[in-house]
Design a protein around this ligand. Structure first.
Ligand SMILES: *Cc1c(COP(=O)(O)O)cnc(C)c1O
Length: 414
């Protein structure tokens, strides 16, 4: 008789986006004439750029010929991609890493979800609240999150990010073993400036805390003083693991490629406290056992992002989405709504008017304007009273959605 991992039973069945889909479907049944516009789920809409497409075609041709066919690649990724990453994402910002500190993967979700395997199950964790659900749920699965009590996990330190603290979480008043940070942030679209991020590195150095830094939205940063990499902060190489993804950078949500950086200086301690162990070789060992590498075609696709044409084309797509963000930001502000984020990230975080709950506003917006958002409370208790809009839609849809919202709020005639 196989015994089940009961930690899985603690997870709620209702995945946020499944709940949303159910409500949207119910609306569509009763309103067959309305074209629903989704500014909800965080998926991109614009196609792959030409430089990426041609690199993929070329890679397929290589796979089609006996001379150039490739089977299993290195688990940690091909050198052509790791070299391009080092040169473009790091050396260009004054950061020097070794090639074997870069692990190519099939996207940041896998690695942010799996990284917890190389540290003990009973480390304490800290997450910003609201949060990307993967960080918490992956810890629930191994028992690290504890039990759910009043909507919060008993072993998770929640670091509220709200309008009151300008979405810059306060340092915990005690030590925490591991802290997840995601900046630019999903879901709030807010950022940490260099001196704010430095506070976290200083805390980690002082408290011997491991920082898990998710930089999936790095490409959306517009302002100068916002770090693209956590390693721009002095001392970070000792305490931080960084996750990057081409999903939002270059529309790779369906292609699958990203990477994780684990500097060799990052260590964790044995239970008896006597030895410090490097996490880099542990992760390498884990990957070599459980992962067989990202597809050659995806890695060639990713490499093409770093070519001159690739860079220019990707910049254009990012600019398109950020153009959407600007249009939405301006329209929503004009309606008198409190809007956050959206300036260095493709997400807008909006306070629901009249203290309405996230789900109440979600339904009002759906039934009155046929527009789908994501209820903030779905990302954690501190998300209550907010909703998230994404800027990943088509321009026409964004504009139409804003027109409908104006009409609904009765401000279209002003
Ligand atoms: C979209 C997203 C990712 C990227 O996930 P992939 O697996 O690379 O597609 C990572 N972190 C956050 C916070 C995200 O929103």
């Amino acid at each position: 008789m196989a015994l089940v991992n009961e930690h899985f039973l603690k997870l709620s069945d209702n995945y946020l986006f499944a709940d949303i889909a159910k409500k949207v479907n119910a609306f569509k049944v009763s309103h067959p004439q309305t074209r629903v516009i989704s500014l909800g789920i965080g998926d991109v809409t614009q196609p792959l750029c030409p430089a990426v497409v041609s690199a993929m075609h070329k890679a397929v041709d290589e796979m089609a010929s006996g001379d150039t066919f490739r089977g299993y690649g290195p688990e940690h990724g091909y050198d052509f991609l790791r070299d391009a990453i080092l040169k473009n994402d790091y050396v260009a910002r004054g950061i020097h890493l070794d090639k074997d500190e870069i692990f190519i993967n099939d996207g940041a979700k896998s690695d942010t979800g799996n990284i917890g395997e190389i540290v003990r199950w009973d480390n304490s964790i800290g997450v910003t609240d609201p949060v990307y659900p993967v960080y918490i749920d992956s810890n629930v699965m191994c028992g690290r999150a504890g039990v759910l009590e009043n909507g919060k996990w008993s072993n998770v330190n929640y670091l509220p990010c709200t309008a009151e603290n300008n979405f810059s979480p306060e340092l915990p008043d005690h030590r925490v073993d591991m802290i997840y940070l995601c900046y630019p942030n999903n879901p709030t679209g807010t950022v940490l400036r260099k001196e704010e991020l430095k506070k976290w590195i200083d805390y980690a150095l002082k408290n011997d805390t491991l920082i898990l830094f998710d930089a999936a939205y790095e490409a959306y940063i517009q302002d100068e003083d916002i770090p693209h990499s956590i390693y721009e902060i002095k001392g970070a190489k000792k305490v931080a693991i960084e996750f990057r993804s081409y999903s939002k950078t270059a529309g790779f949500t369906g292609v699958r490629c990203g990477y994780t950086v684990i500097p060799k200086e990052v260590t964790a301690v044995t239970l008896d406290g006597k030895k410090r162990i490097q996490l880099n070789p542990l992760w390498n060992r884990r990957q070599c056992t459980k992962f067989n590498g990202t597809s050659y075609i995806s890695q060639r696709a990713a490499e093409a992002i770093y070519s001159a044409e690739g860079k220019a084309q990707v910049r254009e797509t990012v600019a398109y989405y950020m153009g959407n963000a600007r249009i939405m930001y301006k329209s929503l502000k004009q309606l008198g709504l409190e809007v956050f984020g959206g300036e260095n990230a493709p997400y807008l975080w909006v306070k629901t008017p009249g203290n309405s709950s996230s789900w109440k506003f979600f339904e009002d917006l759906l039934y009155s304007a046929g527009v789908v958002c994501t209820p903030g409370v779905g990302f954690g208790p501190s998300g209550e009273g907010y909703i998230r809009f994404t800027a990943f839609g088509n321009r026409e849809d964004c504009e139409e959605a804003m027109t409908r919202i104006k009409h609904w709020m009765g401000r279209d005639k002003e």
